[in-house]
Design a protein around this ligand. Structure first.
Ligand SMILES: O=C(O)CCC(=O)C(=O)O
Length: 291
């Protein structure tokens, strides 16, 4: 797939049009390979140094939910002008960071992501004002279990999903959209380290297992427009990253000062408990990441 060409670091009108038509855009070269290797090193240093450091929750919870609230390098990356210049083409000049997480598939493992729509359990409604930026920190290929998107499927409402709670599923509830997706309808989102894709919150997507020799690591940011709002939970949280928030629908989250500081861990706990009420709503079993 030919790389999306940026004009002064921004999407041009045809790229924006493609995003709204297909519900995704890729590959976008966001940083050089060696810069993405440094981000990977930072994550792997956290994995090495903090796994047995007595954090209140398993390290995997912090890497999978709201990583930007406890890891300054994640918040810094989300605030990088190069990324925000691209995201602005979809959301406009006022941008909040709703969440950040790492999707890691270890080499030669069976972990998958079932076909789903992101917005299903987030309580934000079936909105256009959320975009995911998925930055590859290692090759995301068919072999390593890159994402697959169904072009145009973001024009659907939120479709019925079934919670499978399958242990090999990386999603919080193992949720799967109740739609049969033909192989021929999938676009393979292959990315090299430092490349990024964008996807709409309603796009039907998933990913297969990693049968390669390397880890498959995605650093994933969910950006929203400030006029979005939490419709299910009593309140919600987001980090202001660009422009102005004239709506104040989300309680602002500060950039953490250092890795896993006591203050950021306390705030993390409060936010996770509040968001769990929405994320676990209607679940028939414990939702491990929130339970
Ligand atoms: O990383 C993956 O394979 C899936 C990630 C995903 O579903 C998402 O970022 O919305």
């Amino acid at each position: 797939m030919a790389a999306i060409s940026l004009v002064n670091g921004r999407l041009d009108a045809s790229a924006e049009e493609r995003y709204w038509q297909d519900g995704f855009l890729f590959p976008i070269r966001m940083m050089a390979r060696d810069a993405s290797a440094r981000v990977r090193d930072a994550l792997e240093a956290v994995e090495r140094d903090w796994l047995d450091a007595g954090l209140p929750l398993p390290l995997n919870t912090y890497t999978r939910i709201n990583a930007h609230m406890v890891m300054p390098f994640v918040a810094d990356l989300a605030r990088a002008p190069a990324i925000l210049d691209v995201v602005e083409g979809v959301l406009g000049p006022d941008i909040l960071l709703y969440s950040a997480e790492f999707f890691v598939k270890e080499p030669q493992t069976r972990h998958v992501v079932s076909m789903h729509q992101d917005l299903t359990y987030w309580g934000l409604g079936a909105i256009d004002g959320l975009v995911t930026a998925w930055l590859a920190l290692s090759p995301a290929t068919m072999e390593s279990g890159c994402m697959d998107f169904v072009a145009g499927s973001h024009k659907n409402p939120i479709l019925p999903h079934e919670d499978t709670f399958d242990a090999n599923n990386l999603l919080s509830r193992g949720q799967e959209v109740r739609v049969d997706v033909e192989e021929g309808d999938k676009t393979r989102i292959e990315l090299q380290p430092g490349e990024m894709s964008l996807h709409h919150g309603l796009i039907i997507h998933g990913s297969g297992p990693n049968v390669s020799e390397d880890r498959r690591i995605g650093c994933v940011f969910r950006f929203i427009r400030p006029d979005m709002r939490q419709e299910v939970g009593a309140r919600d949280f987001a980090m202001p990253v660009r422009g102005e928030d004239r709506f104040e629908h989300f309680t602002p989250v500060p950039v953490p000062e250092r890795l896993f500081s006591p203050e950021s861990l306390a705030l993390y706990d409060e936010i996770r408990a509040e968001q769990a009420k929405t994320m676990m709503k209607g679940a028939s079993e414990r939702v491990a990441l929130y339970g």
